[in-house]
Design a protein around this ligand. Sequence first.
Ligand code: ASP
Length: 349
Amino acid sequence: MKKKNLMTLGLAAMLLSSCQQKPKETTQEAQEQYVLAIHGGAGTILKKNMTDSLEQAYKVALEAALTAGYAQIKAGHSSLDAVEQAIFVLEDSPLFNAGKGAVFTNDGKNEMDASIMDGKNLAAGAVAAVTTIKNPIAAARAVMEKSEHVMLVGKGAEAFAKQAGLTLVDPSYFWTKQRWDALQKIKLEDSTQVQLDHDQKQSNRLGIVNKDSKFGTVGCVALDKQGNLAAGTSTGGMTNKKYGRVGDSPIIGAGTYADNATCAVSCTGWGEYYIRSVAAYSVSALMAYKGDNVVQASQAVIDRIGKMGGDGGMIAMDKNGHVAMPFNTEGMYRGTVDKDGNIKVEIYK
Ligand code: ASP
């Protein structure tokens, strides 16, 4: 009798705990099926600092990128094609910190990084510190498809891109007034902060001022009709970076990751933290080894980065088209398209 009571109690407890877990599962199950998600960077993005026309311009650009990516998926092309086409739109827009809108290094240059990964076969390609490649994401894809390597940097990457037939431009193509002014402002703040607060923030030790920063990196994750996932990320890095600094964006496993068995991920944020926490791969690992869903896994990684003192966000999509877009900053430019072509764009929390 006693034994039976205990068994009943045990069963009741199990049932209760499965009921308690259910809302999380339901959230995941109830999600739309998305085919594409993009981000245009996270950071101190507040409505009170935004004009209506600028907000509109961001929305139009995000929608254009989603439309371009969706057209590829709809036509039955690969998720890689969708990622590349969506990122082209964002790289060509001066609004985002990638391609045309790339931020400046401390010595007044635009040095860009990008990476792409194919979830079907774990193939990947990346370029870092390039200054003359119009669309760094195309160069990352060329490294993946036309070389035996995963990452090429600087002049070598540019020579390879030329050989691969990609468009090269004069570095002045990347100059924008808005980014130039941002560098001048940060340089001024930097000198003041070094005096006042020289050892308090890691940003000062790195020579990068993170105050009020916006991480305008762009990224895309996609799922095609064949069930293949892909992810890509492209960036100018962080304003005022020095000494050939490279962030997480071109590092497979840190800024970008895709595996059909788990998810596709593209990150944006303070790169050093994303590298140290192996952010993009960690989402995949939590799903593969711990059984987390994409919402739980990506939130856990962003929480960990927050605890480490870093900030930013990410977009992640699983093989069923469920999307998570967590961030620990005030805002993140982001958007999704579902399988029927419905577009949604968001900026603030
Ligand atoms: N993650 C990028 C980097 O650290 C910056 C960004 O996301 O905007 O280079």
